[in-house]
Design a protein around this ligand. Structure first.
Ligand SMILES: Cc1ncc(COP(=O)(O)O)c(C=O)c1O
Length: 426
């Protein structure tokens, strides 16, 4: 006999507590932050210390702290020479911050589709969108799952195209045993409050290339340029640089320094339970968890993600998600109504009118935005319509994992009833 769904008044499948959530902040972080306050006169030294530690973690020559991950991506795209007439290829399954800096530089975002199983940029689709005007490719390691970096290195090999890794979700992730953020030309990490390493608001860019490093420095690191510049190219601008202030708050990076001590442990426990849940969900028709390339090791693991096949289950995805939430699965069907799926259809990147605004927005050249119609990136759009996310605890018990998998199985087996419910209370 079928079990009664919780959404229908039956018992919840998930009763076990999930334990700590990922964003655990404790005495260690407080100790690091308090030291900055107590030694106020030397507060900015904290930036150098964090950068040295982050550089060592990722294995690059340089790391540059920023006030958030968006600023890191803006610095990277700017350093890649993005400007009017140039194109930057970017996936549609990502956060807006991988894309908007391209417009702020006056360049054209060229959206690419993603791999249907890993949700990371599809190398073949990227290759087909390369032109003589492509100056950069931004590749997102979606939810901490590394993109196919061998293929992207091949694509840029012998060109001047800058390969930027958006590793905002992927602290400590690896491709072929190399840390993400050290594989392309520039890596960008968010240290915002939901991330594996957080300062509540901060970011960091990594690179081996002194010229790219200096360009990022001159854009946004007023006050640090003379001390840190490597090439001397911008010496005439002294410490003013271009005057944008993307410098990080020392208290935020102090907190992130504390978090770096937790990263290895957090990543290993999270990898373990993600894999267990992957194995369990694999058995359930109509439920697909995000796949991982054989050379990839997940890190950061900001969200446990997958897709629901409505045709196989026989019920609309929103109803499946509601039923899962009712069972006690920590699904987050709508973190925001946009992002991670169909960014190419957002009005900002299509036909929204900017009249009255300043800067490049006032008068965007006609070719800066290339409106796309529904259906133009079929895989990204399908993921957008069918995704699920679980808010992710640190180290849940095997019983919690078993119960979450049982909740998926219970819901997936009752498509006809869910369809009826969807019709009666849409
Ligand atoms: C993929 C991706 N890139 C960039 C960012 C921007 O980071 P921040 O919020 O620190 O500016 C985020 C933030 O969540 C993100 O998810």
């Amino acid at each position: 006999m079928e079990k009664i769904l919780a959404i229908d008044g039956g018992p919840k499948a998930v009763t076990e507590p999930n334990g700590d959530w990922w964003w655990k902040v404790g005495d260690l972080e407080k100790w690091f932050v308090n030291r900055v306050i107590d030694d106020f006169d030397n507060a900015y030294d904290e930036l150098d210390k964090f950068e040295e530690e982050f550089r060592q973690l990722v294995g690059t020559r340089y790391a540059l702290a920023t006030c958030n991950g968006t600023a890191a991506i803006h610095s990277a795209v700017f350093a890649a020479g993005a400007r009017e007439g140039m194109e930057v290829i970017v996936p549609s399954v990502t956060w807006h911050a991988s894309i908007t800096p391209i417009l702020h530089c006056g360049a054209t975002p060229v959206f690419c589709d993603v791999d249907p199983d890993t949700y990371c940029a599809d190398p073949d689709d990227v290759r087909s969108r390369m032109t003589s005007r492509t100056c950069a490719i931004v590749v997102t390691h979606t939810y901490g799952n590394p993109a196919d970096m061998d293929s992207f290195l091949d694509i840029v090999d012998g060109t001047d195209v800058t390969l930027i890794e958006d590793a905002s979700h992927a602290h400590g992730a690896e491709w072929d045993r190399k840390q993400v953020g050290s594989i392309g030309d520039i890596g960008c990490f968010s240290l915002q409050g939901s991330k594996a390493v957080t300062g509540i608001e901060a970011g960091v860019a990594t690179t081996d290339d002194p010229a790219l490093y200096d360009r990022m420095l001159v854009l946004g690191q007023y006050g640090r340029i003379e001390k840190l510049a490597v090439t001397g190219e911008f010496a005439a601008l002294r410490n003013m640089g271009l005057g944008v202030k993307y410098r990080a708050n020392p208290m935020a990076v102090a907190m992130a320094r504390g978090q770096l001590h937790r990263l290895a442990g957090l990543n290993s426990s999270r990898r373990r339970w993600f894999q267990r849940l992957d194995d369990a969900l694999h058995e359930i028709p109509g439920v697909h968890s995000q796949a991982v390339y054989p050379k990839a090791t997940r890190g950061g693991l900001i969200l446990y993600a997958g897709t629901i096949d409505a045709d196989v289950i026989g019920a609309p995805v929103p109803m499946v998600l509601k039923a899962l939430a009712a069972e006690g699965v920590p699904t987050t069907p709508e973190i925001t109504p946009y992002g991670y799926g169909a960014m190419h259809l957002e009005p900002l990147f299509n036909d929204f009118e900017f009249s009255g605004l300043g800067g490049p927005w006032a008068d965007l050249p006609a070719d800066t935005r290339r409106p796309m119609s529904p259906g133009s990136l079929p895989v990204s759009e399908r993921i957008h319509r069918s995704r699920f996310w679980l808010t992710t605890p640190v180290d849940p018990s095997p019983e919690w994992i078993r119960q979450v998998a049982a909740a998926f199985a219970k819901v997936a087996a009752q498509g006809p009833r869910l369809s009826e419910l969807a019709e009666s209370k849409p």
